[in-house]
Design a protein around this ligand. Structure first.
Ligand code: ADP
Length: 971
């Protein structure tokens, strides 16, 4: 029953939304029509206005009635003092209201908008009003009194929204679509409001009180006129003007700005969607009001007295002593206190708007911006206690050959701020410091720039102008402006204009980032930062301590899989680690006139005295750098010298470069014929695959091992020790050897290394050597039922100071591991500990993936014995005999295989099969072996899904949903 009700509700909602969409598309089509036939619409409406007005003009002017001129009107007789006060007050309020609307428009930031919205709305609506009044055969003598009400009904925001949409168009087609879109957005609500207002104000016309009747009648007409003008004349005129401007010059400036405004308007509209309940109330109200109107006008069979009231009640005709023109001039200049007051207020507001507000608005914009920024910071800061204090931190900057002491521990006091994770709504870069006045001349801007605090007086547009005229170097924006975030924001605007894709960078965040750490150290030409999800695996039990390991990755299942490995290790007593070596390398290349001369240096370098001398020189460059050994290789007259040094907690590349450069300078004095070809001769080897790092080590050389009891292997990893060991030999050892691998004797060490490198601010390019790893597995234990596993990683290039580790989020991840920054008691300990954690996490990852693969292997062995034939529905589609067998085994293992898109034809030759299967080792292998063993395989196709295959293994012993391992893109 409940489901039926729900279904009915859903259907109702669907119907409602369908109707709404139909209604919106009606408005869109109407807008598009007005925009595509602007001339026709304008001419038609103008004709209509003129003909409406001419209806009144059929009465000659001199015979027309003007209240107070050729007759005494009822109003003039009955207007009391209190009425005059109320009307004056209303007039003043109307002026203030209009003034406020204009100010709001100015804050949006465009004089075009001001002009277009203001002039069109007021003019067109006014003309329409007069036309309507004439249509009803009324005189306009009451206009003075009703004018305030007319002004109150003018809504410039809607007009400006429509103008923004139109102005954001860069070609004809866009003008049409944009105006259509705008009306689609604004139209329905506007129509409803117009109906409600007309009917509500119309109530006054049946009141019988003459003044009220007059005003309400005019109010109604104003609403209708406003609405008609807005829906026809206004969009058509906009389209016409824009088309003309396109015709005159194809590229209009500022289109991108309007595009941004459009996006904001849409977002605003999405965020402040009209409440459907309120909409319904309005509709019901309109219906009710319509009934009241009908009843009072038709039901009683007569008009309520005074309803024809726009016509002034002629009480007494008199002979005019002035011509009608003179009479109106007289009235215009006659000193009436109430009109004088209104006029005075109008003048004051006008002067204030033109002279004073321009500056205060810009000032306010800047300050609101700052206030919002600081507010948003405070909000987030309260959520993260760590960031509430001022911190002393080390800011380092490095260059080759300089004295290290210059750079060490330069204490810079800076406010530690949280890093933005979401954009501040409604605060787009284009809105900040944008002037409505357009940029001042280049020379003037350049002069202002040179003055103290000059940059703060320049708008973003002016800064952009100075960049385009090379008065400011684009890469120097941050430094020149003294405000990194503003620099980044302006660079983004410049890039946006260049790439001509206004929204391309919208989703690349840039606000609230600690650019002070980035500039001159981590990145140049900054346009934002890249948020990457960070997961955590653990606890990882390593050398008796538990670690929660942060991993930044976009590869689904990686963290989950590693987590399963960590759990298995924790249940097995954890991982033990040993550090075999710690030394970063730099290998310059030098040239001599002959091979003999080169050999002389080679032999010299092998002497202990020589090493001691160079070691001394080397250590002068940094108190953390200690030369460990020098290795050489000669090729012809070229000599490659590999310097290895410990570098404390730094990864050490910069340190090594400085030290090596100093050593080479010193060598040159003893070997004057030596020519330094390059400080790096690729003998280091940095960021390239090489055997030397694999064999000799580079950075930290770590070995981790663990023993996993057989029962844990079976219960948690869902495989057996024997299968794991066999798989490791066949895959990681023989397989990699067959592939001619160097350092790749593992399943997916690079996966873990990369995720940890990104999370902890290491140099991601050093994943190349850092993921060198050999994974070994053996059967162990008294009963030979446990698993011994080890990972040896000889070239882990990691550090906990310098490079990306100084960035607050990366430093936070290092803090999670308790290794952030310099280890003052024993420099180097933090970096070494980080290397141990990386290696141990790799071991966890290896264990988990290998177990999952071994489980796949088990499936194959089951297949070989052709043991099962249970239905495999859901796992394999359009698969025959083969899939059924697999299904049974998969069920046994509680694993699910989802396969990739390549259909694997089991009838193909083994070679062809292998070709296709190379990307899909487990599943493809399964198919192949299945085909080999099951001769009845017909039409042996496995339909697959999505170009990847995925094995998920539910490892929760309790049968719950705990995700144990899920291997994506099995390596
Ligand atoms: P890398 O050499 O890894 O590129 P950097 O040169 O960027 O690293 O950072 C190392 C800087 O950090 C050096 O200037 C060094 O003096 C300073 N430093 C401070 N504490 C330590 C430490 N415990 N170990 C190594 N360097 C440290």
């Amino acid at each position: 029953m409940e489901s039926v009700i729900n279904l009915t509700k859903t259907c109702q909602k669907y119907q409602d939304s369908k109707k709404k969409i139909e209604m919106q598309s009606l408005f869109r089509r109407h807008g598009e029509f007005c925009a595509s036939h602007p001339l026709e619409v304008v001419v038609a409406t103008m004709t209509l206005i003129i003909s409406l007005m001419s209806m009144g003009a059929t009465v000659p002017l001199d015979r027309d009635q003007a209240c107070g001129w050729n007759y005494e009107c009822a109003k003039a007789q009955t207007l009391r003092k209190s009425d005059v006060i109320v009307l004056s007050f209303a007039r003043c309020m109307a002026l203030v209201y209009i003034y406020m609307q204009f100010r709001n428009l100015r804050r949006v930031g465009s004089k075009h908008l001001l002009g277009i919205s203001g002039i069109f709305t007021i003019f067109s609506s006014f003309v329409f009003c007069i036309a309507f009044v004439k249509l009803f055969g009324n005189t306009i003598t009451s206009l003075y009194e009703v004018l305030p009400f007319f002004l109150f009904l003018v809504d410039l925001t809607k007009a400006s929204a429509l103008a923004v949409f139109a102005l954001s168009a860069s070609n004809r087609a866009e003008i049409r679509t944009n105006i259509g879109q705008a009306l689609e957005l604004i139209g329905p609500a506007l129509t409803l409001d117009a109906v409600v207002e007309t009917l509500a104000i119309g109530l006054g016309t049946i009141s019988g009180a003459q003044q009220l009747v007059t005003m309400c009648s005019f109010g109604c007409l104003s609403v209708v006129a406003n609405y008609v003008a807005f829906m026809t004349f206004y969009p058509a005129c906009l389209a016409l003007v824009l088309e003309l401007s396109l015709e005159m010059g194809p590229s209009r400036t500022g289109v991108s700005k309007y595009k941004h405004l459009v996006v904001e308007l849409k977002q605003d509209h999405e965020a402040n969607k009209p409440n459907p309940v309120l909409q319904r109330v309005k509709i019901i109200m309109s219906a009710g009001l319509a009934v009241v109107h009908l009843h009072s006008r038709l039901g009683t069979g007569r008009l309520v007295p005074g309803t024809s009231s726009l016509v002034d009640q002629h009480t007494e005709t008199r002979e005019p002593d002035l011509s009608v023109v003179q009479y109106y001039l007289y009235r215009l200049f006659a000193v009436h206190v109430d009109y004088g007051l209104t006029l005075l207020l109008g003048m004051v507001l006008l002067i204030k708007y033109v002279l004073v507000d321009r500056h205060t608005d810009e000032f306010e914009m800047k300050h609101t911006l700052k206030l919002r920024e600081s507010l948003s910071r405070t909000q987030v800061a309260t959520q993260t206690d760590e960031y509430t204090e001022l911190e002393e931190d080390v800011r380092t900057s490095f260059s080759l050959g300089g004295d290290d002491s210059d750079y060490e521990e330069v204490g810079v006091e800076r406010e530690s701020r949280p890093v933005q994770t979401c954009a501040i709504p409604g605060l787009s870069p284009l809105r900040r410091l944008t002037s409505i006045q357009g940029p001042r001349p280049v020379q003037e801007c350049s002069n202002i720039l040179k003055t103290e605090n000059g940059v703060s007086e320049l708008t973003d547009e002016e800064i952009k102008l100075l960049v385009s005229t090379r008065h400011i170097q684009p890469y120097m924006l941050e430094k020149t402006l003294g405000d990194s975030e503003r620099g980044v924001s302006i660079r983004r605007q410049i890039i946006t204009d260049k790439i001509k894709q206004d929204e391309a960078m919208d989703k690349l965040p840039y606000s609230n980032y600690e650019y002070s750490y980035v500039n001159g150290a981590c990145c140049e030409n900054v346009v934002g930062y890249m948020p990457v999800p960070v997961g955590v695996a653990g606890p990882l039990l390593l050398d008796g301590h538990e670690y929660m390991v942060p991993m930044a990755t976009t590869e689904g299942c990686l963290v989950a899989s590693t987590n399963r490995g960590c759990r298995a290790l924790s249940q097995s007593g954890g991982v033990q680690s040993v550090l075999l070596g710690d030394g970063m390398c730099r290998g310059p290349v030098v040239r001599f006139p002959s091979a003999r001369k080169a050999c002389e240096l080679k032999l010299w370098l092998e002497k202990t005295d020589s090493f001691d001398r160079l070691s001394e020189v080397f250590s002068t460059t940094s108190r953390f750098a200690q030369l460990q050994h020098i290795q050489t290789a000669q090729a012809g007259r070229l000599l490659y010298i590999r310097f290895t040094a410990s570098t404390g907690d730094a990864m050490g590349m910069n340190m090594l470069s400085k030290g090596v450069e100093k050593c080479l300078q010193s060598l040159q004095t003893d070997f004057p014929t030596m020519e330094i070809i390059s400080l790096s001769g690729n003998f280091c080897t940095d960021k390239k695959p090489s055997a030397i790092n694999w064999i000799e080590g580079r950075g930290k050389s770590v070995v981790c091992d663990a023993v996993i009891p057989g029962p844990v292997v079976q219960s948690m990893l869902k495989t057996t020790v024997k299968d794991l060991v066999e798989l490791n030999i066949n895959k990681n050892l023989i397989g990699s050897a067959m592939a001619g691998s160097i350092g790749g004797f593992n399943a997916h060490a690079a996966n873990i290394v990369t995720a940890m490198f990104i999370a902890t601010g290491q140099d991601p390019a050093q994943v190349v050597a850092s993921s060198n790893c050999i994974t070994l597995m053996e059967v162990t234990g008294e009963k030979s039922e446990d698993l011994y596993i080890s990972c040896s990683m000889p070239s882990l290039e990691v550090g906990t100071v310098g490079g990306g580790t100084i960035l607050p989020p990366q430093a936070a991840c290092l803090k999670m591991l308790g290794v952030q920054g310099s280890c003052d008691s024993a420099p180097g300990n933090n970096a070494q500990q980080l290397a141990r954690v990386v290696c141990a996490t790799v071991l966890a990852g290896e264990l988990s993936l290998m177990a999952a693969l071994a489980a796949g292997h088990l499936v194959r062995s089951h297949l070989r014995h052709n043991r099962s034939s249970i239905n495999m529905q859901g796992s394999f589609q359009s698969s025959s005999c083969l899939s059924k067998s697999i299904a049974a085994d998969m069920q046994d293992l509680r694993s699910t295989l989802i396969q990739n898109s390549a259909n694997i034809d089991c009838k193909q030759s083994p070679r062809e099969q292998n070709q296709k299967m190379s990307n899909n080792s487990v599943l493809a292998d399964t198919c192949k072996r299945g085909a080999d063993n099951i001769r009845t395989c017909e039409n042996g196709k496995i339909s697959t899904n999505g170009g990847r295959h995925r094995i998920s293994v539910d490892t929760d012993e309790n049968g719950g949903k705990d995700f144990g391992a899920c291997i994506n893109n099995v390596s």
